[in-house]
Design a protein around this ligand. Sequence first.
Ligand code: SF4
Ligand code: SF4
Length: 384
Amino acid sequence: MNKKSKVVVLPCEAYEEEKIYNLLKAGLKELGGLEALIGKEEKLLLKPNLLKKAEVEKAVITHPVVVGAFARILREKGYANIVLADSCGHGTTRQVIQGTGMDTYLEKYEIPAIDYTKGVHVDYPQGIQAREFILPKELLEADCVISLSKMKTHALERITGAVKNSYGFIYGKNKAIGHTKYPSADSFARMLIDLNQYVKPRLYIMDGITAMEGNGPGSGDPIAMNVILMSTDPVALDSVFARLVYLKPEMVPTNYHGEKMGLGHCREENIELVVADAMHSKQLVSMENLVCRYGKPDFNVDRTQIRSNVWTKLAKALNIFQKKPYIEPEKCIRCGICVNSCPVPGKAVEFRKGKENPPVYDYKKCIRCFCCQEMCPKKAIKVK
Ligand code: SF4
Ligand code: SF4
């Protein structure tokens, strides 16, 4: 990749449909126009972040107004063949969006929300980490995929944004299996890069009006970041997100490997930043200026520097000094979702003291994928 990647920043302080509609139009104009990106005859698949059923204000899922405003633009521009789907962490697409307002928008714009029905094995011989995937039939039938991610923290990858949103392309339970195949943050990130390079979403939009900090991606706290980001380069987009939260972009494994593997640009000198407003006026800005205007230095994200040396390798081999999940017993309702989410054969978290007590971890088995923490409906699982 030689050319600079453009990231469009759309400042926005509230989920107001008309404003977001105009901002997204302005963003698309900056990226060369919708028609230049997507052919009218193409079958489109919209992929929001639908991790699990949650109140919209909790910032777990992509906000319905962002999805609705984008759907409106597509319809007004004459795109006829559109569906929306995700391989959700818990529940199906239709279950997760029900009652959020996203379902109402989709009905209004006659866009079916579909539940994936079948996984198809695909080979990807040029993959660096992953040479095969199980992908939904309906995803493979689409000509063009558009990623609508949410700006959130993530226990394994520090942040989840454009690159990580694509993990929802993996069909059903194969997502859990993927964590056992790619257990480290680095191998998981490299697999995600391969996945993005295989599926090649055409456009990445990130809802960062209200982001999630802290114990993300399912149990963190909402925080106003007041921006929507757009790009055709997911690595550039995520590295702008990282800078806005005062996290060195190369400390995010998907950025580091994303640049090395040629998915996109992470370094500042290779990113062109444009701030656009709803009136379609625009401003080229420096990263420093952007961070000064919209950055949040106190955004709660893991900024621990991990140096790979002989001691960290030894600590990992001995299973010590690693991040680990734990349960706050007073918050636990004994629902068992964490147990069901654990991909490790024989379960690394289990009701070992009976169902009247919270599940107990076996850290010798635990691969630190943090699926349990992502899925807990009561924010009872923390990472220390
Ligand atoms: S998912 Fe959360 S609430 Fe449910 S059993 Fe596990 S820790 Fe408890
Ligand atoms: S216990 Fe939690 S973090 Fe450990 S392997 Fe199971 S799901 Fe992953």
